[in-house]
Design a protein around this ligand. Sequence first.
Ligand code: AKG
Ligand code: FE2
Length: 185
Amino acid sequence: MRKVVGELAKAISKTLGFEENYIENAFNMKSGFDVMAMNLYPPNSRSKGRVGLPEHTDPGFVITLTQDVNGGLQILSHKGKWINSYIPHHGILIQLGDHLEVLTNGKYKSHIHRVIVDNNKVQRVSVVSLHGPSLDKVIGPGEEFVDDEHPKKYHGTTYKASLEANGCDLIDVQSSLADLRIPKV
Ligand SMILES: O=C(O)CCC(=O)C(=O)O
Ligand SMILES: [Fe+2]
C-alpha cells in the first residue's frame, strides 16, 4: 500500500503543477506514519437512516478503504448532497485527508463522509488506513498556495496533534480540521 501511496504522492504533486517529489518532501513521507482501523457494522434490518459512523473527515495525506460487502459509506458532495459510494469488489477507495487540504490551503478538499446502516442485511467490515506525514512535522499551507488573493486559511499542525485531537473513539468521531480553519476577517 505504501508503494501505491508513493505513486499517488507523485501524481498529485504533478496535478498541482509541481515536480513529483513535492508532496513527499512537504510531508516528509519517507518517515510517514500510517494508522489502520477496522470497522464492523452488524446486520440491522430496522434502522431507516440510522448512522453507523457520524460525518467526519480523516487526518493524513490520503486514506485507503477496502470492504467485504458494498453499502453504507456516503460522501458529501460540494452541493451538500450525500452520495452513496460504490466500491467495486477488490477495489480500493482513495480519499483525500485533512493534511492535503491544509497543505494546499483548501485547493484540494478532505472529503466529509459518514456510514449509514440502513437496512443492512449482512454484516459489513471495512479496513481503513490513514497514510500520513511524519508525526512531528508541522504541516501548514504551502507558500505556493498563499498570496494576497489566497490568504492562509489554516493553522499549521502536526499529524500527531491531529491524531490525538481526533481521538480513538470511533463511536463519536471528531474531525480536528474544523479547529484549524482560520476565520475569515
Ligand atoms: O466504514 C466505512 O466505510 C468508513 C469508515 C471511516 O470513515 C473511518 O474509519 O474513518
Ligand atoms: Fe473516515
